[in-house]
Design a protein around this ligand. Structure first.
Ligand code: FPP
Length: 242
């Protein structure tokens, strides 16, 4: 199944907006939480597939700043799922060289989830084959405004002058400092929105959308998305080679 892919043209960084859990469940007359549970299975499948084919950076939009507006029971279920995922997958992450990181306003998450995240990040910190980043309590505009606050503080303290502000400097103040920009952004669930995800970082990212809801997005669908990406010509605003 992987043989169709060109190993020389793999996206280095794939970011995913995992959408459609709720609708998947509702269509089956199931509770929305069942959709998130099956969504967690897709997370496992995609992390495994990504590692297998050699994706170096995988970033998943697991909980947005806007998701705090959901009913309390749904938020609690998502937090529990996340904690269960971290515990259940630690062994596999360690065995497969996967490093876990997180971005977002993590201080807003329940204390036990924060601790589980920090512990998993710490225990996997020496792994070098793939970086799995979970965006949690994440918002792109919030990220940019946090970066601006930091830059303003540094200017106020005299550590920085306004003339030193550049694209590179801004990028280094984002939660994703040290990460390459995504090459490919996948959105499942049939919507065509960016939904406040990695706004600065996706300036030149290729976007792939599919109607397949996240709970049905498994290895084969992921490989299809990568295959589609490989057919594209990336010009970054310049002219093509022909
Ligand atoms: C969008 O579906 C998905 C989310 C809000 C959360 C994503 C969470 C998971 C996939 C499970 C847990 C995560 C990890 C990392 C184990 P939606 O509820 O917005 O779907 P809808 O648009 O159909 O209602």
């Amino acid at each position: 199944m992987t043989s169709d892919l060109d190993p020389a043209k793999l996206p280095r960084h794939v970011a995913i907006i995992m959408d459609g859990n709720g609708r998947w469940a509702e269509k089956r007359a199931l509770n929305r939480i069942r959709g998130h549970e099956e969504g967690a299975e897709s997370v496992r499948a995609i992390v495994r597939a990504g590692r297998e084919i050699g994706i170096r950076w995988l970033t998943l939009y697991a909980f947005s700043e806007e998701n705090w507006k959901r009913p309390k029971y749904e938020i609690e279920a998502l937090m529990n799922l996340l904690k269960r995922f971290l515990t259940a997958e630690l062994r596999e992450m360690l065995d497969n060289g996967i490093r876990l990181r997180f971005i977002g306003r993590i201080g807003k998450l329940p204390q036990d989830v924060q601790e589980a995240l920090k512990e998993t990040a710490e225990r996997t910190s020496n792994n070098k084959d793939m970086v799995l980043t979970l965006a949690l309590s994440y918002g792109g505009r919030q990220e940019i405004s946090d970066a601006l606050k930091e830059i303003a503080r540094q200017i106020e303290s005299g550590a920085l002058s306004s003339g030193e502000i550049s694209q590179e400097l801004i990028a280094q103040r984002l939660y994703t400092a040290q990460m390459p920009d995504p090459d490919l952004l996948i959105r499942t669930g049939g919507e065509y929105r960016v939904s406040n995800f990695l706004l600065w970082q996706i300036a030149y990212t290729e976007i792939y959308t599919t109607p397949v809801p996240w709970p049905e997005f498994k290895k084969q669908e992921f490989l299809e998305a990568i295959g589609d990406y490989q057919k594209r010509e990336r010009r970054f605003g310049a002219l093509g080679e022909d």
